[in-house]
Design a protein around this ligand. Structure first.
Ligand SMILES: NC(=O)c1ccc[n+]([C@@H]2O[C@H](COP(=O)([O-])OP(=O)(O)OC[C@H]3O[C@@H](n4cnc5c(N)ncnc54)[C@H](OP(=O)(O)O)[C@@H]3O)[C@@H](O)[C@H]2O)c1
Length: 579
């Protein structure tokens, strides 16, 4: 699950292990408010596994975390237990340093420390001088996690940069400096803020995170992980915890790592560089990386084209991406926040056959406002059309293709060809057909609509062996910054909905784009996005009961019926829509 870390003789890796709920909660009333046997097993495995059988790991924890462990499990077996406390009585229980050092060879030790820096420094020193010590883990609670996770921020902090002379000195003799700064005699007197100095000796920090997708109303928390610093280097599939007293919930294991490159500033940080020459670039989500690679290629090699909006684009012709939809995974991009509600409500609006933007606005979605305003309609010559009436766009082509369009307010029941109904019928009754197609490109209506269909050709394919439904979607024009992330998720959602109606499982989405372009005013925001390493895609939670075409005709389905589990993303990146 994880790549090797960069620990050397002079620098030490720190590990942090923690389970969090959907609000980053870690505990309640000095206890852990969930019971996940698989997570306890994982904790034990991660914190006891060592590089050599005779070695032991150190676990460092706060006194309250220590108290929260049931007596029968204390001290945590096969690990050296370091406990932080300011309680003099407990601190007096400690052995002398020499005793500690010799004892680690034969048995595990339990010791109390009056500061985190002391505990860590002792752990570092033991590790340096003692072949019986392997990894160092911070196992909670909140204050300890906060302090450790702060370390990379200190490095970036402009107020406390490492001076050049310091760096040079360090380069000359790393080993000597460690000994100068942390001589055995004085190490226990080091003040707490010395922790920040330790950054030089920390090669990397790994966070073993269990993400639990349920809110347990905790009173202690983990700080938010800064994904720009801590890169995702491993992730498990989703697991489900059944519970008798509570409703079942999902969780998954992730591993993040921050590398201290303070003395190695030349190491490239771009996630799109090759993986082999830079261990920082472990790409867990290769599917999202396809998208980022296309964006990068268009920015770097696309030709400059003028466009109908007057903004100007960089463009390449003919690109393709594939997304696995199995196990309920929904490819919603994570390198920026994507507006899931907009995707769901717009697709339901299309599938109902609706072309009136006022109805979409009523559900809090405003993505069609620019293309159906008074000003925009007048510009296109639709002066007698009401605001919000988009003409025979997507929805009309889905459900009434070929019918005569009057206004968005007319009833078109039984008029035109219902492509959605036909496709459902073919998937169910003639699954080997090579004609399971929805074609939204209708040349007859081009002068009646506010925007000719961009995603215009959907073909479906049933794998009759695995009972999976796949979709291949052709998009004639793809606005990579704003539109394409939406289109990937929308086509995936539609495949999930059709699979559900037809009693199949979703298989794969193949997404082909003709003119793949980046608007010139999106270049800078997209370059920012390219620096981000993708996180994992979320899981889609559909209604329990099987859906029918009738459900799609009515207005009762909404965002509430299509929830995402485990959607974590980098923050939103603002990009202006070209109209
Ligand atoms: N979800 C998870 O993975 C996870 C992991 C661990 C813990 N937890 C939960 O987290 C909660 C406990 O966390 P917490 O943040 O309240 O407490 P904590 O960090 O476990 O313990 C706090 C205590 O540790 C000592 N301490 C902390 N920092 C110190 C420092 N710098 N120097 C000296 N002593 C220091 C003090 O002990 P004295 O008061 O004795 O001086 C302090 O009161 C519990 O609910 C526990 O179940 C959850």
């Amino acid at each position: 699950m994880s790549s090797s870390n960069s620990e050397t003789n002079n620098m030490v890796s720190l590990n942090l292990i923690v389970a969090i709920d959907s609000k980053n909660g870690i505990g309640k009333d000095n206890d852990i408010p969930w019971h996940i046997p698989n997570d306890l097993k994982y904790f034990k495995k991660i914190t006891t596994t060592t590089s050599k059988p005779f070695k032991k790991n150190i676990v460092i924890m706060g006194r309250k975390t220590w108290d929260s462990i049931p007596d029968k499990y204390k001290p945590l077996p096969d690990r050296h237990n370091f406990i932080l406390t300011r309680n003099e009585e407990l601190l007096n229980k400690n052995k002398t340093e020499t005793e500690t050092k010799t004892k680690t060879e034969t048995e595990t030790i339990t010791e109390y420390y009056k500061s985190l820096s002391k505990a860590i420094k002792t752990a570092f020193r033991l590790k340096r001088d003692n072949i019986y010590i392997d990894k160092i883990f911070i196992i909670g609670g909140q204050t300890l996690y906060e302090k450790i996770m702060e370390i990379p921020h200190i490095i970036r902090d402009k107020d406390t940069p490492a001076s050049n002379s310091e760096e040079e000195k360090y380069e000359k003799s790393k080993q000597q400096i460690i000994k100068d700064l942390y001589p055995l005699k004085t190490i226990n007197e080091a003040p707490e803020n010395e922790l920040y100095k330790m950054r030089k000796y920390i090669s990397d920090i790994t966070i073993y995170l269990t993400e639990i997708y349920k809110n347990f109303k905790c009173d202690t928390f983990l700080p938010k992980i800064d994904y720009n610093l801590y890169k995702l280097i491993g992730a498990s599939d989703f697991y489900t915890q059944q519970s008798q007293s509570q409703s079942s919930f999902h969780y998954r294991f992730k591993t993040f790592r921050w590398y201290n490159n303070i003395f190695n500033k030349d190491v490239p940080q771009s996630p799109t560089k090759s993986i082999s020459d830079n261990i920082r670039n472990v790409i867990v989500n290769k599917e999202e990386q396809q998208y980022l690679d296309i964006v990068k290629k268009v920015i770097e090699t696309g030709i400059r084209k003028e466009d109908r909006t007057g903004t100007g684009t960089l463009s390449l012709f003919g690109v393709q991406m594939k997304f696995n939809l199995r196990n309920k995974i929904l490819p919603l991009l994570t390198t920026k926040r994507v507006f899931w509600k907009g995707i769901v409500e717009e697709l339901l609006w299309f599938l109902r056959g609706d072309t009136n933007n006022i109805n979409l606005q009523k559900r809090g979605v405003h993505i069609w406002d620019g293309n159906s305003s008074r000003e925009f309609l007048d510009k296109l010559g639709f002066t007698d059309r009401k605001v919000g009436d988009c003409g025979p766009i997507y929805g009309f082509q889905f459900r009434h293709c070929g019918a005569k369009y009057k206004t968005a307010y007319d009833d078109y029941t039984n008029e035109g060809i219902d492509q959605l109904s036909n496709v459902i019928d073919l998937i169910k009754n003639n699954p080997t057909s090579r004609r399971i197609i929805i074609n939204l490109w209708n040349p007859q209506v081009l002068d009646e609509i506010v925007l000719p269909s961009c995603h215009c050709f959907y073909q479906f394919y049933v794998n009759t062996n695995t009972k999976e439904l796949s979709c291949s979607m052709y998009q004639r024009s793809g606005d990579l910054g704003l539109g394409v992330p939406f289109n990937i998720a929308s086509a995936s959602l539609m495949t999930n909905i059709l699979a559900n109606i037809c009693d199949l499982s979703p298989g794969e989405l193949t997404h082909t784009i003709g003119d793949a372009h980046v608007y010139l005013n999106h270049v800078e925001p997209l370059k920012e996005q390219l620096k981000r390493t993708p996180l994992t895609f979320p899981m889609l939670k559909m209604p329990e009961q099987q859906l029918t075409l009738q459900d799609l005709n009515e207005t009762k389905l909404s965002i509430k019926d299509f929830k995402l589990v485990g959607y974590k993303s980098y923050p939103t990146i603002k990009m202006k829509m070209a109209v």
